[in-house]
Design a protein around this ligand. Structure first.
Ligand SMILES: [Zn+2]
Ligand SMILES: [Zn+2]
Length: 292
């Protein structure tokens, strides 16, 4: 066997695993839509979302092949530095005393709390151009979670860095990412579910749909991934119903995945270009970067 076979096989194995998981999720979410909406509507919606899904597939492939490995390396380096330099809170004995399940709950709860504020930051003028890519999907489906600009993706590292700095065990930090990532697929799914009484505590597909709504009251509300309580506590909760209005953003990002990648760089370049020609009286208000 040629010597290069083994490294190639080792590199492809996690990609194969990811593709397998995504195929299972596609089946599960289509089966749910089929049961809830009926075969005709489920198929019609899937067909209508095909164009956006194609862009999401390209962005997802780029993410799996290049961005995720890079983010994993950066996270390992950041977590390693925090631990080896003792930059975390000395809470190890607390987690040992509490036990696994309470520790897991605290990790997920604090992870979602951090994610809530990180997401609010992503909606501020400077970071919005990168986050706008996630919002540009006009046919929200479970797979829209995969539509993320690499710069936006780097921002999600903050949740893990904060939990590590709080001294939470590595397994609990990883479990927080796992739970909130998979719940993220659920809240993006194209179902009119508000979760009834559970919606008092948990985020729902309907709630997140309002977050993706375009140009109407409620656009950009509902920032948390798992718990609705953070939005309720900090005044960003909005859910008058299932949310069946238009989705997406006002900006023209150009066509296809390449337009999505280049859009934030174009926006930041335009802003700094304006600064360079400020003598001509071009306004350089950073609010120009923020459409909301
Ligand atoms: Zn957002
Ligand atoms: Zn979203």
């Amino acid at each position: 066997m040629p010597p290069w076979i083994e490294p190639v096989r080792a590199a492809l194995e996690p990609i194969g695993h990811t593709v397998g998981v995504l195929l299972v999720l596609a089946f599960v979410f289509f089966a749910l839509a089929y049961l809830v909406k009926g075969p005709d509507k489920a198929l019609a919606d899937a067909r209508a979302a095909a164009g956006e899904t194609r862009i999401n597939m390209i962005l997802s492939a780029f993410d799996q092949l290049l961005v995720s490995p890079l983010v994993a390396l950066l996270l390992a380096a950041a977590a390693g530095a925090i631990q080896s330099r003792g930059l975390h809170l000395p809470t190890a004995s607390l987690w040992a005393k509490l036990g696994e399940w309470p520790t897991l709950f605290i990790a997920v709860f604090l992870g979602d709390f951090t994610g809530y504020w990180r997401h609010r930051l992503q909606h501020t003028p400077w970071l919005w151009p990168a986050h706008a890519i996630h919002h540009s999907d006009t046919k929200l489906t479970w797979f829209s979670l995969e539509r993320m600009h690499p710069i936006d993706r780097l921002g999600t590292m903050l949740d893990i860095v904060v939990l590590t700095a709080l001294g939470l065990p590595v397994w609990a930090v990883a479990a927080n990412s796992f739970v909130r990532h998979y719940y993220g697929y659920f809240i993006h799914t194209d179902l009119p579910w508000t979760l009834g009484k559970f919606g008092l505590v948990f985020n729902s597909p309907a709630m997140h749909r309002w977050h993706h709504a375009r140009d109407i009251e409620g656009s950009g509300a509902n920032f948390a991934t798992l718990f609705s309580i953070f939005d309720r506590a900090f005044g960003t909760y909005y859910q008058p119903g299932p949310g069946d209005g238009p989705l997406g953003v006002r900006e023209d990002m150009g066509k296809g995945a390449l337009g999505q990648y280049l859009y934030p760089f174009r926006e930041w370049g335009r802003y700094f270009g304006d600064r360079l020609i400020i003598s001509r009286g071009v306004p350089n208000d950073p609010a120009k970067l923020d459409p909301r």
